[in-house]
Design a protein around this ligand. Structure first.
Ligand code: ADP
Length: 484
């Protein structure tokens, strides 16, 4: 996308082919530093969503396998938590370096398994994953400075359940602070995108981590639930749907497990008439079409001040005609494949709902491949607060556009959803930015930019978007026990 995130981290050059990547045909579970077959003997397929072809089979972990992983993590906890903190930092640093070295391979695997454009995997997901490990390597021996005059200790075994939209990056967001603080981990990637987490397990082996410090178990919701319900897990960190987040909240309510949830969103992106319109249009395109809109903080609701509505929508429509939809491994691609058949069905259902609600739908006229899961970039205009496509998270490349006249009107509309993860404001006036940021109920608010991420910045939601923060000093708190 033209407004691609420019971050300062190194990245590998674009892969021209997939020839150099090393994938196994079958993946077992990474438990106690060893690759172990699932007790049930069951494996599931992971497919390439752009071709529907199988890439590999992956172990389906049962409750018994999860129990083994938790035991391995518990056994490793004493040694890991008592290691001099600077040594823990060195492991994280080594891991970050190895991720950088293998960035090209990881980027290809991420795009193959998940469908995202290689340019995004290469420029954003993988370098940011490395950056999270670098950042937290630095924290490991500075926790006393982070929390002066407070007595802190690690929680123990952390269970981490991650989604399919940023597979390696979400693994890094969760693993890096947990390990820096001295916890050990059982991590479960999503069932449609397990491969970069499994590759990370190989890298963790190569980095020489003590066995059992990181355990990676694969499987679907049942495997996740087994982690959540295991009595010897001290912390659950979950990123995923609000629906599953609520289940997890209920399941852990009577336990002493520490819980953080990063759930859905329905972010408002707000354009004032005094904004630099071309820049704002690019920001809106990036805000909603980045990663096919599979982004919890996606700017899926656009509010345009009435006087610039025609200009903005005309420019948006022209711009989506130029977006390249297709092969995720082609470095010219802007919009890759929808992650799974199920997700495509969900998105298509919402397109029908939008049309049934009487909204005007505009789609790019591009052709999409016959095989695979695809959705053209879509804009609905004439949307109102009561429309389901305005209230509900679609998690696809679908933008709902509304208009507004005054600040108080747009604040009221922007806040009027069950979610509160992020928001964006486009204006030339600094005073408007400060005015709005104090009134918008969202955990992250971007001004004259969108979808910018950095390990130093806390990320997390209000309302049904969850609680707890990841990143920055706030992210460490989620993995520590405060004894005072
Ligand atoms: P989506 O609906 O977008 O696939 P989910 O919230 O279902 O998102 O998935 C996010 C992660 O949660 C995945 O790793 C998935 O396997 C896991 N998961 C799904 N159901 C449960 C559950 N009941 N308990 C724990 N984890 C679950």
């Amino acid at each position: 996308m033209a407004t691609k995130n420019k971050n300062t981290f190194e990245f590998a050059p674009a892969p021209e082919s997939t020839g150099h990547i090393q994938l196994r045909d079958q993946y077992d579970l990474f438990i106690g530093g060893k690759w172990i077959k699932p007790k049930s003997g069951k494996y599931f397929k992971t497919i390439n969503p752009a071709t529907e072809k199988q890439i590999a089979t992956v172990a389906d972990a049962s409750e018994k396998d999860v129990d083994l992983a938790v035991k391995a993590a518990r056994k490793a906890f004493k040694g890991w938590s008592q290691l001099p903190a600077r040594e823990r930092g060195k492991y994280l640093f080594r891991l970050a370096r190895l991720i950088q070295e293998k960035a090209r391979e990881l980027a290809v695997i991420e795009s193959l398994d998940g469908g995202k454009p290689i340019r995004e995997s290469r420029d954003i997901d993988i370098p940011l994953a490395a950056a999270h490990f670098f950042y937290h390597a630095g924290w490991a021996d500075k926790l006393d400075y982070a929390f002066p005059n407070r007595s802190v200790e690690p929680l123990g075994v952390a269970g981490q359940i991650i989604p399919w939209n940023f597979p390696l990056l979400m693994a890094a967001w969760k693993l890096a602070p947990a390990l820096a603080c001295g916890n050990t981990v059982v991590l479960k990637p999503a069932e449609t995108t397990p491969l970069t987490a499994l590759k990370l397990a190989e890298i963790i082996e190569e980095a020489g981590f003590p066995e059992g410090v990181v355990n990676i178990v694969t499987g679907a919701g049942k495997t996740g639930a087994a982690i959540v319900n295991h009595p010897d897990v001290n912390k659950i960190a979950f990123t995923g749907s609000t629906e599953v987040g609520k289940l997890i909240q209920r399941a852990t309510a009577a336990s002493d497990k520490k819980l953080t949830l990063e759930l859905g969103g329905k972010a408002a992106n707000i354009i004032f008439e005094d904004a630099a319109i071309n820049q704002a249009v690019e920001g809106v395109i990036n805000g909603i079409y980045f990663n096919q809109g599979h982004v919890c903080c996606a700017g899926s609701r656009l509010f345009v001040q009435e006087s610039v509505f025609d200009e903005v929508t005309t420019k948006l429509k022209a711009r989506i005609e130029n977006l390249v939809v297709g092969d995720p491994l082609d470095k010219n691609t802007d919009i890759g494949a929808i992650n799974s058949k199920g997700q495509l069905e969900t998105i298509n259902k919402y397109l029908e709902i939008g049309k049934d609600e009487g909204l005007e739908m505009f789609q790019s006229s591009c052709a999409v491949p016959k095989k695979g899961f695809w959705c053209k970039p879509t804009i609905f205009t004439g949307a109102a607060q009561s429309n389901r496509i305005v209230q509900e998270e679609i998690f696809g490349p679908v933008l709902a556009v509304q208009t507004f006249r005054t600040i108080s009107e747009v604040v009221q509309k922007a806040n009027n959803t069950p979610y509160g993860l992020s928001a964006g404001v486009w204006t030339d006036k600094g005073s408007k930015i400060f005015n709005l940021t104090s009134q918008l109920r969202a955990g992250v608010i971007w001004a004259n930019t969108f979808n910018k991420f950095d390990p130093t910045s806390p990320f997390g939601g209000y309302k049904e978007s969850g609680f707890g923060r990841e990143g920055g000093i706030h992210g460490l708190e989620a993995y520590l026990k405060f004894n005072d």
